[in-house]
Design a protein around this ligand. Structure first.
Ligand code: IDP
Length: 134
C-alpha cells in the first residue's frame, strides 16, 4: 500500500475548508494513518520543498507554507499517490478540473490549497519528515 503526505495549506485552513478537503480524500477510499495541526518551521519547509530549491519561486513557497497553521496528514491506500492527486487536481487551479479541490476552491498557483506527494518515494520521504514516528 502506498502512503501520501497531504498538507491542508495555510490558505485552505484559514478559509475553514479543512473538513471539506479531508472528507474528499476519505470519500475516495483513502485511509488516514496520521494527522496533526501544526505550523511548519522554515527548516522543515526547506527540507519538504528541497527538489524546488533552484526554482525562482522557492522563497515564496517557503514563506507561504510557514505563514500560518496547516493540517498535515498521511493517507494510505492502493495507488494512494495517483488517487490523491486526482482528488487534488492540476497544480494551476485554472487548469484543474471542476470537481477537484483546486478546481473547485482556488484561483492562483501559489495558493492552491493542498499539497500531495508526487511519487511513492516522495510519499515515504515526506511522511517521514512530518511524522518521524511512522
Ligand atoms: P504540485 O503541488 O501540483 O505537485 P509542484 O510542481 O510540485 O506542484 O510545485 C509545488 C508547489 O509550488 C505548487 O503546489 C504551487 O503551490 C507552487 N508553484 C508551482 N509553480 C509555481 C509558480 O510558477 N509560481 C508560484 N508557485 C508555484
Amino acid at each position: 500500500m502506498e502512503k501520501t503526505l497531504i498538507l491542508v495549506k495555510p490558505d485552505a485552513f484559514a478559509r475553514g475548508l479543512s473538513g471539506e478537503i479531508i472528507a474528499r480524500f476519505e470519500r475516495k477510499g483513502l485511509k488516514i494513518i496520521a494527522a496533526k495541526h501544526m505550523t511548519v518551521t522554515e527548516d522543515l519547509a526547506k527540507q519538504h520543498y528541497a527538489e524546488h530549491t533552484e526554482r525562482p519561486f522557492f522563497g515564496e513557497l517557503v514563506s507561504f507554507i510557514t505563514s500560518g497553521p496547516i493540517i498535515a496528514l498521511v493517507f494510505e491506500g492502493d495507488n494512494a499517490i495517483k488517487a490523491a492527486r486526482q482528488v487534488i487536481g492540476a497544480t494551476n487551479p485554472l487548469e484543474a478540473t471542476t470537481g477537484s479541490i483546486r478546481g473547485d476552491f482556488a484561483i492562483a498557483v501559489g495558493t492552491n490549497m493542498v499539497h500531495g506527494s508526487d511519487s511513492p518515494e516522495s510519499g515515504i520521504r515526506e511522511a517521514g519528515l512530518f511524522f518521524p514516528e511512522l
